[in-house]
Unconditional design. Structure first.
Length: 540
């Protein structure tokens, strides 16, 4: 038997046959009582008709504080006797305990035999309770009209289905409609039986470790980067003695420790460590990390990284020497010399000063008198592309044309240059003239040799050799640096300035009759072979 089953509340209400006014429903104050006692409240209100009603009330209560259960009963009655008349009074009764309250509220009381009376039975849980049984007992002479919700009937006892539980604050209401079949006082009795719930919270959890590892997808050989390792306790209990270990593969190295004692990791807590790494050699590497704990299952995570070598190579070729006003074309070749694709490659050719841009191949993304820029969207490993630029110079000078190729995604670049000597075009006039023609054997003849630099821009070096045939023999030379060797006169290297000239004379004697041929050979560094001019003299 459950203890604390018989807390009872009695309430007697007197109805008179002459009461026909219907009191207002649910017009009651809140009752703060929690001491296991019952009370009856009568609230007087203005009469709504000329009829009067007389009420008398009484209550009885009993309580017990046994350990596991409580029961309450509330009783209401109707009596023909009354010592006071309160027109339109509203009636109710209530039982309070520390676990629940029971209220009976009169909704409709016509005061006549055969009329329908309505009241509410309300149970409010003040704590979590279980096994809630509610019943209502009707006296003789008071017939049941209806109940809401539907109750089962056992003679004069109405029972509703037991509630397995009610949480604190939950309200259960029953509406009962009855009809008196005779005059008199009637007593209805309510009984509520419950079992209290006493809760002792206990928690049991399990730690569950999760590990994530992040790092770059690619990195350059020789570069430094870091892996971030995060351990999270996704469980419901602390993880103890947590240790993270990063197992670096060959090809990657670290100057710091790769074992990280974390200690205790509370439920929902995370810890992140960073592992600095140096890429030692190219290749595909998978960096594995693991985490262990003394009271949780170990887990692991990995991060793949491709270590690459990004290289770009640019070459530039062009003429080493060129005459002014000529066109110098430079070929620019860009090659992906690495093992990863290059993107957004900018090729910038910086033009020398004092030159004129003649043309540029392809479609430059930017072009001015100072530079030409090309953009290559991508270049696969081993792939090459060539563009060209043509310039001209109007003056002798030495120019260096530099070009730079730079890839944005790999941040690699290379520079190349080509140097050109711009020369003024030489123009040399050679002359050899005899002063006597014809000439008698034994007489003297003078040959005048003149070398003129007709060019405007450059000096020329002059090497002169004069060769005589058998008919003429050289005797002397006006230039003291010249030498005579038999039939040959040689003048050493002489530099002639632009628009300048050198001149000397050879004195010779007619040796025998015939047609003498004197050959002038002029040689210079700009000539691929000597220039030859001949002078004939008739000897008789």
């Amino acid at each position: 038997m459950r203890a604390l089953r018989s807390l009872a509340l009695g309430l007697t209400v007197l109805f008179t046959a002459s009461l026909s006014a219907k009191p207002p429903a649910q017009n009651y104050p809140q009752y703060p009582h929690r001491d296991g006692t019952a009370q009856t409240t009568v609230t007087a209100q203005p009469a709504t008709s000329t009829q009067t009603s007389s009420y008398s009330s009484s209550y009885t209560s009993a309580s017990s504080s046994e350990s596991s259960a409580a029961a309450a009963s509330a009783t209401s009655s109707s009596s023909a006797a009354s010592s006071s008349a309160v027109a339109g009074a509203a009636l109710g009764s209530r039982f309070d305990s520390n676990l629940y309250t029971v209220e009976k509220i009169l909704v409709s009381a016509p005061g006549q035999v055969g009329a329908e009376y309505s009241y509410i039975l309300r149970v409010t849980a003040l704590a979590n309770i279980t096994d809630v049984n509610i019943s209502e007992t009707l006296p003789d002479g008071l017939d049941l009209v209806s109940t809401t919700p539907q109750a089962t009937r056992d003679g004069r006892i109405l029972r509703w289905a037991a509630l397995p539980s009610m949480s604190a604050g939950q309200v259960e209401e029953k509406t009962i409609v009855v009809k008196p079949t005779r005059e008199g006082d009637f007593l209805t009795t309510s009984k509520v039986c419950i079992d209290p719930v006493v809760i002792l919270p206990l928690r049991a959890g399990t730690p569950r470790l999760a590990l994530t590892k992040t790092g770059p997808a690619t990195a350059e050989v020789g570069s430094q980067f870091a892996y971030d390792i995060t351990v999270t306790n996704n469980g419901t209990a602390d993880a103890n003695d947590v240790v993270i270990v990063d197992n670096l593969p060959s090809g990657l190295s670290s100057s710091s420790a790769t074992t990280f004692p974390v200690g205790t990791l509370a439920a929902g807590q995370s810890r992140t460590v960073s592992v600095p790494v140096t890429a030692d050699s190219a290749g595909e590497y998978v960096n594995n990390a693991s985490v262990t704990a003394s009271n949780a299952a170990a887990t692991a995570a990995s991060a793949p990284t491709r270590i690459v070598t990004s290289r770009i190579k640019v070459e530039k070729t062009g003429p080493e020497r060129l005459f002014v006003y000529g066109d110098a074309t430079y070929n620019i070749t860009v090659t992906n010399d690495g093992d990863v694709a290059l993107e957004n490659i900018t090729v910038t050719d910086n033009l020398p000063k004092n030159v004129t841009l003649v043309s540029a191949s392809g479609t430059p993304s930017n072009q001015s008198k100072d530079r030409v820029v090309w953009t290559i969207p991508n270049l696969a490993p081993g792939q090459s592309l060539t563009d060209s630029v043509t310039i001209s110079s109007s003056q002798p000078q030495t120019t260096t044309n530099s070009v730079t190729a730079r890839a944005s995604n790999a941040k690699v670049s290379d520079t190349a240059s080509a140097t050109t000597i711009w020369e003024g075009a030489p123009g040399v006039l050679t002359e050899i003239v005899d002063n006597v023609d014809p000439i008698r054997v034994g007489n003297e003849v003078v040959y005048t040799i003149t070398i003129t630099n007709q060019g405007t821009f450059r000096e020329v070096n002059s090497q002169v050799r004069v060769v005589f045939s058998d008919e003429i023999t050289p005797v002397s030379v006006t230039d003291q640096t010249a030498t005579i060797n038999g039939k040959e006169v040689v003048l050493p290297d002489v530099v002639i300035k632009p628009k300048g000239k050198t001149q000397f004379k050879i004195h010779a004697k007619a040796a025998q009759s015939g047609v003498a041929t004197t050959r002038l050979e002029f040689n210079s560094s700009f000539l691929p072979r000597p220039m030859v001019k001949e002078e004939t003299t008739f000897v008789y």
